[in-house]
Ligand binder design. Structure first.
Ligand code: ADP
Ligand code: FBP
Length: 576
């Protein structure tokens, strides 16, 4: 490593030790003064006394009303004079003001922001220092003979960050973490003509995998003018192609034409075992200097090992993760790609089950099993979207069948009221009833007992013993759901993920995963990502409360029966 170069260019100059995960980027001693829109500023005189809260209301409460200096000059000028903390930059961003009073919340301040520092290759490898310009035609079917280029509209720097904790209330800590904002940087660590990239997709299938592959290939080849992209086949076992019998393939622009319309993954996937030594050998033998790994938390744990070994050996190799989980159980990010498609696709199965339940007289019951090994996000979101589900069972909430507040009694009430009932079951629900399975798959994931089928029998015997005829239809659309192409929202998300994954590696970053946080694309150190995954739905949170409100089922998460934290999983919310 060139110590002098690093000392001059280290973007994280600070006193904190290098191994510290949270690194302080700036002493942002700015009182953000989170501003609430309360009542008319421009029309203050007109609106006071209406249904809007008044100045007196704030004087009596926590807020400080910002008195507008109504006078001559532009709206922006008046607006800026309204309060000394409203800076020129703030006015520039909001030239029209908000046409309402501003109330400064003295309780809400932000004193320090710590960015989750992403390792970068120039800590031991000299950067190429090539100027970054955008190659045009990234969505095209082939490379132009004379590629067109233009400067980027916006280039990002080391202190462009996205705050993590945006929800603020009285008593919220004045310190927050932040993520590096993803995007193109002015200078490139890699000379594009010397880049040889590899892509691998691991774990179970998920809508959008092909969009990610296509996005990576197009960004590398067209946007950056890289010369070679290799597709590693069949997941991590593809790094041992001789053993696995699946040779890597060259990924050209032609090879990815129309790929976004196909489900699955062009490269194949797998949960086969990961071999660090053989993977590093593969990268070195084929002179790969950028590795893009698409997979879930297990895949990211392996990617982290590759990145750490590459750093130990001082290899000029960027390792980039793209989080893939149909279950949406990777924490920190708003949502994973493919999840919205899965929720949408689940609606078809729920509608079919609804028709079966309605038409099988008397007392038709439709059960739909949805994926969700350790978290029930698909089941929960599909239930909320449907609005017709009467009972939703997820791994995070205990399944209590018997008793007055049990789920069977609830079904009896629903049948009495509607004549039919609709149940959605996440596959991992009910382990506390059926017990944990000892068998695991090739990725080390536990095989799950079939609660849905068991429930079908149990409902039959329950109503049978009460001499009540019911007809139960069971639908398992799991593999049909995850094999579909991404919907439009996921397709756009995949494109953003793929482009930004490449921007980071080209700039100099490594050992990071790209994701959406607070609706912005960011770089998250893989270490931080795996430390916080898998995530589960908070059983005492508002999402589950919404499910209860929609289905009317008894809340079996209440009180001491809530499961709490399970293993290394963290409870967290998710954004669709
Ligand atoms: N803790 C781990 N450390 C290293 N590699 C792992 C780990 N867990 C899983 N893997 C590897 O990651 C790949 C995908 O794992 P899997 O659990 O199927 O998918 P996911 O990435 O969706 O969690 C497999 O090749 C598996 O060997
Ligand atoms: O049958 P397979 O291929 O093992 O996959 C099923 C499993 O994959 C999962 O969807 C998890 O996969 P993800 O990595 O995409 O989250 C589980 O819900 C399910 O148990």
């Amino acid at each position: 490593m060139d110590a002098a170069w690093y000392a001059a260019n280290n973007p994280f100059k600070r006193e904190a030790p290098r191994h510290t995960v949270l690194k302080r980027t700036a002493a942002v001693a700015v009182i953000l003064g989170v501003i609430f829109v309360i009542s008319g500023y421009m029309h203050a005189a007109d609106t006071r006394g209406s249904a809007q809260p008044s100045a007196a209301h704030f004087a009596a409460g926590r807020g400080e009303l910002v008195q507008p200096h109504v006078g001559r000059g532009s709206a922006a000028g008046k607006w800026q004079r309204a309060h000394e903390l409203v800076t020129a930059e703030f006015v520039r961003r909001h030239p029209q003001g908000f046409n309402c009073e501003l109330v400064r919340l003295a309780d809400i301040t932000l004193s320090d922001v710590f960015v989750l520092a992403v390792p970068h290759l120039s800590q031991y490898a000299r950067p190429a220092g090539v100027t970054n310009v955008m190659g045009l035609g990234v969505g095209g079917d082939g490379a132009a003979d004379e590629p067109l280029q233009q400067p980027y509209h916006q280039l990002l720097g080391v202190s462009d960050v996205v705050l993590r904790d945006i929800v603020r209330k009285r008593g919220s800590p004045a310190v927050t973490t932040a993520y590096l904002r993803a995007g193109p940087r002015a200078s490139l660590h890699f000379d594009p003509s010397l880049v040889r990239a590899a892509i691998v997709t691991c774990g179970g299938l998920c809508p959008g995998l092909n969009n990610i592959i296509q996005g990576l290939v197009r960004t590398l080849l067209s946007l950056y003018g890289v010369h070679g992209v290799l597709g590693v086949r069949g997941g991590y076992q593809g790094f041992r192609a001789d053993e696995a019998g699946c040779e890597p393939v060259d990924l050209t622009l032609d090879a990815v034409v129309g790929l976004q319309h196909q489900g699955g993954t062009l490269l194949g996937s797998g949960r086969g075992s990961f071999d660090l030594r053989r993977t590093i050998d593969f990268l070195q033998e084929r002179a790969i200097n950028q590795l893009y790994v698409v997979g879930g938390d297990g895949t990211h744990r392996a990617a982290n090992e590759i990145a750490e070994e590459a750093r130990r050996l001082e290899l000029n190799v960027a390792v980039v993760g793209i989080p893939k989980t149909i279950d949406n159980d990777i924490d920190l990010i708003d949502r994973s790609f493919g999840f919205a498609t899965a929720v949408e696709e689940a609606q078809a199965a729920i509608r079919s089950a609804q028709v079966e339940a309605r038409c099988n007289l008397p007392n038709g019951i439709g059960i739909v099993k949805l994926m969700g090994r350790s978290s029930g996000f698909i089941a929960v979101h599909a239930t909320l979207a449907s609005g017709e589900v009467d009972l939703c069972l997820v791994p995070e909430v205990p399944v209590v069948l018997d008793g007055e507040h049990g789920l069977l009694c609830h079904l009896e009430r629903v049948l009495h009221r509607k004549g039919h009932a609709l149940v959605v079951v996440a596959e991992g629900a009910g382990e506390e009833i059926l017990g944990q399975s000892a068998t695991v798959d090739a990725g080390g994931n536990r095989k799950l007992p079939e609660l849905g089928l068991w429930l079908k029998e149990r409902i039959g015997t329950h109503f049978g013993s009460a001499h009540k005829k019911v007809t139960v239809k069971y639908i398992d659309p799991s593999y049909m759901i995850r094999s579909v192409p991404a919907n439009a929202a996921d397709a756009i998300y995949c494109l953003l993920l793929a482009q930004n994954a490449v921007h980071g590696a080209m700039a100099w970053y490594t050992a990071y995963s790209v994701g959406m946080v607070n609706n912005r694309l960011v770089y998250i150190p893989i270490n931080a990502l795996v430390a916080n995954s898998p995530r589960m739905m908070e059983p005492n949170g508002r999402t589950w409360e919404r499910v209860i409100a929609v289905t009317g089922q008894p809340d079996t998460a209440r009180g001491e029966r809530a499961k709490g934290r399970l293993g290394s999983a963290v409870f967290s919310r998710t954004v669709l």
